[in-house]
Design a protein around this ligand. Structure first.
Ligand code: NAD
Ligand code: UFG
Length: 337
């Protein structure tokens, strides 16, 4: 039987693009997702793009009996663990839901992996674990801190994985710290589909360009950055998906390891840079208003990408124009659905 990769949260934004890339690389993919922030229609998009419909189980990573039956009925070689809640603001109003989903969910998954003898894991961490950067670019040895419950769940799971690895070094684990994933599949068939008002910049910009919202609120223009607006390391979701394929291969080929790497581009762009790039891609004016800073935001953040290149032989390839072109193609497709 062909080895299967279990992708938790695989109908979500990053998981779905990664599932498509893995299928195109020849892996068999099994998605486990409870659809709390995604829709099963994504499976049709993956099938249209790759010619293969991934296996799908609708269920929760906190459901231990379900996990046991999934591991018992498929030859799972490795797990990519994307499932979790990710809205920073929401995490401050419902912290228990975040600890339950992200921490308890990860522990349930790891215990099920132990029971099944599967010890290869790629985990979705975040640049949020660096807190307010003391120096840029951010290297993986930068001190970690959390300013909100969401960030704290990522810190805790990173630590759990380290403790686990120290206790049983035959695990092969990659902790991937994503910077700001944006863009969509170049086919326009798959992309980010936030429910309600988007929290993140780029989905909001796309909705203004398509006419669904009036203007973008730019959170502060008095930061110590070239144009005063916040600077981030935006990475195309397809580059991120390729990074996962490299990390998976690395883990499958390792005897044992606990790898921690940034997945970013190494380049920072401001909020205004991104708005202007989107205007160019869409041919639409994107109205914006400068408002006060958003509490908890940092001025600037971008990755040091050398370790990822050294360890995985991977570098991001796509430009901000690619990110905006593909996001716009997806927005047009979504508007027509
Ligand atoms: P997403 O919300 O689009 O995808 C997460 C998926 O997990 C969704 O399909 C959701 O339905 C599912 N899910 C949530 N809880 C679950 C549970 N208990 N059991 C089963 N399925 C569950 O988010 P995304 O942007 O694709 O993020 C994927 C991962 O990457 C998350 O862990 C997130 O914290 C992390 N991450 C995201 C970003 C970002 O900016 N998008 C940045 C850094 C890290
Ligand atoms: N911004 C606006 N207006 C908006 C939304 C955002 O001006 O409507 C600004 C923010 O102030 C920031 C930049 O756009 O300067 C990016 O903000 P996002 O909300 O898109 O992203 P963040 O950098 O705040 O955080 C994201 C994810 C986190 C993750 C982090 C990793 O939301 O979960 O990237 O770097 F941890």
């Amino acid at each position: 039987m062909q080895a299967t990769i279990l992708v938790t949260g695989g109908t979500g934004f990053i998981g779905s693009h990664t599932a498509a890339v893995l299928q195109q690389a020849g892996y068999r993919v099994l998605i486990l997702d409870n659809l709390c922030n995604s829709a099963a229609g994504v499976l049709d998009a993956i099938a249209a793009i790759t010619g293969i419909r991934p296996d799908f189980v609708q269920g929760d990573v906190r459901d231990a009996p379900l996990l046991d039956s999934v591991f018992a009925s498929h030859p799972i070689a490795a797990v990519l663990h994307f499932a979790g809640l990710k809205a920073v603001g929401e995490s401050t109003t419902m912290p228990l839901a975040y600890y339950d989903n992200n921490v308890h969910g990860s522990v349930q998954l790891l215990q099920a992996m132990q029971r099944a003898g599967v010890r290869t894991l790629v985990f979705s961490s975040s640049a949020t674990v660096y807190g307010d950067p003391q120096k840029l670019p951010l290297t993986e040895d930068h001190p970690r801190s959390a300013t909100n419950p969401y960030g704290h769940t990522k810190l805790v799971v990173e630590d759990i994985l380290e403790n686990l690895y120290n206790s049983q070094p035959d695990w092969r684990i990659a902790r991937l710290r994503y910077f700001n994933p944006v863009g969509a599949h170049p086919s326009g068939l798959m992309g980010e589909a936030p429910q309600g008002t988007p929290n993140n910049l780029m989905p909001f910009v796309a909705q203004v360009a398509v006419g669904q919202r009036d203007s973008v609120k730019v959170f502060g223009n008095d930061y110590d950055t070239p144009d005063g607006t916040g600077v981030r390391d935006y990475i195309h979701v397809m580059d991120l998906a390729e990074g996962h394929a490299h990390a998976l291969k690395y883990c499958l080929n390792a005897a044992q390891d606990l790898l921690t790497v940034n997945l970013g581009t190494g380049v920072g762009y401001s909020v205004l840079d991104m708005i202007h790039a989107f205007e160019q891609a869409s041919g639409k004016a994107v109205a914006y208003d400068i408002v006060g800073r958003r509490p908890g935001d940092i001025a600037a953040c971008w990755a040091d990408t050398e370790l990822a290149f050294q360890k995985l032989g991977w570098r991001a390839q796509k430009s901000i124009q690619d990110m905006c072109d593909d996001a716009w193609r997806w927005e047009m497709h979504r508007a027509a659905l």
